[in-house]
Write a protein that binds this ligand. Structure first.
Ligand code: KG4
Ligand code: ZN
Length: 342
């Protein structure tokens, strides 16, 4: 069983070997009008959702809680209050049933979402080593992945994450949170070359998105002075042009890293990998330049319990578990010290 509560999705999945037999997510609509996740509201909603989501996940898998043999859960990074709900539940559940627990790093879990199989629908999974671009609401990283437990950061954002850039743009355009899927839809009807936005000048494999967001803000603000209907008239072109810029930044950096470090396999992960144009761009460019591209199915791009269950299963099979005194962390990568072997 995998339990994910790091941000605003309460998600529980059950995996049998590599195959996903249930993955139930309660999305929190309470944040829509705030332009971002409100931590107190998120933890409250997790508390309300966790039991029904566990129950539904077991029911969907046609299993009883006694059939579960390992409990994996997100330890961090994430919102402290949100993490605590999932962690406390996982510990109590495991203790009551005398089960081992495995604490999982949310970012590592995203990386391996492409490995998860669905019943009656087997796909080719990435082979090691690979380059992974994880682009989510909280992080944007290029990773060298040699194994499930051997991951190294090649570069990351120095300010906003790519998903944050989508969400902030949506807010500027008066759209609710999360903005990524809405920008994606609007962009389909717009001209991606109608507006041009400057690209950040940062070192090779670093990213920066806060300047891009500010240039959209200024463009909109300046035009609204002469034309109060500017956003409404141009929202499709604004979305398409802004999205094109993000995709160009992500694509250029990733393929440059693949060439520089000699990777043949590229994995795309995180919520932003749900973006239809980004998926298409990576697949087309992979074909053109001779790279193998792996992207998780849409249901496993944004936060989900399945990716937690999957990495939990891998670690458990290697004899790695966690003790009941593990503690959540908001940032960074601290979970390795919470694992013991044997
Ligand atoms: O991985 P994720 O669910 O949560 C974090 O770990 O942060 O990513 C959520 C992010 C949000 O910023 C959301 O706007 C973005 O993923 N996102 C998208 C799309 N679907 C979700 N961004 C662009 N296009 C999409 N279709
Ligand atoms: Zn995530």
């Amino acid at each position: 069983m995998g339990i994910e509560t790091s941000c605003d999705e309460t998600s529980v999945a059950i995996l049998h070997d590599d195959t996903l037999i249930s993955n139930i997510t309660a999305t929190q609509d309470v944040h829509a009008s705030y332009g971002g996740v409100v931590p107190e509201l998120a933890s409250r909603a997790h508390t309300q959702n966790i039991i029904p989501v566990i129950h539904t996940a077991l029911q969907y898998a046609n299993l009883h809680k006694k059939d579960v043999n390992v409990v994996a859960f997100t330890l961090g990074p994430g919102l402290v209050g949100s993490l605590m709900v999932g962690i406390s539940f996982a510990k109590s559940f495991a203790q009551a049933l005398n089960l081992p627990i495995v604490a999982i790093d949310h970012l590592y879990a995203h990386v391996f979402a492409s490995f998860i199989q669905f019943p009656n629908e087997k796909h080719e999974v990435p082979s090691f080593p690979f380059l992974c671009l994880t682009a989510s609401g909280g992080h944007t990283q290029l990773l060298r992945v040699k194994d499930f437990t051997d991951i190294e950061i090649i570069g990351q954002t120095i300010d906003d994450a790519a998903g944050e850039a989508f969400d902030k743009a949506a807010k500027i355009l008066g759209l609710p949170y999360p903005g990524g899927p809405l920008i994606d839809e609007l962009a389909k009807k717009g001209n991606p070359f109608y507006f041009s936005f400057p690209k950040p000048k940062v070192a090779d494999f670093q990213f920066s998105f806060s300047g891009l967001k500010t240039s959209l803000l200024y463009l909109v603000r300046d035009n609204l002075k002469d034309d109060p209907g500017f956003i409404n008239k141009y929202k499709e072109h604004l979305a398409a042009s802004y999205q094109r810029t993000i995709i160009e930044i992500l694509t250029e950096k990733t393929f440059k890293a693949a060439e520089t470090f000699g990777f043949k396999n590229i994995v795309l992960a995180g919520g932003v990998s749900a973006n239809s144009e980004l998926r298409k761009t990576f697949i087309d460019k992979g074909k053109e330049l001779g790279y193998k591209i792996y992207i998780p199915p849409l249901s496993l791009t944004t936060d989900n319990g399945a990716m937690i269950a999957f990495l939990g299963k891998i670690l458990y099979e290697r004899g790695i578990t966690s003790s009941l005194d593990v503690k959540q962390y908001a940032t960074g990568e601290k979970y390795k010290k919470y694992h013991s072997k044997g």
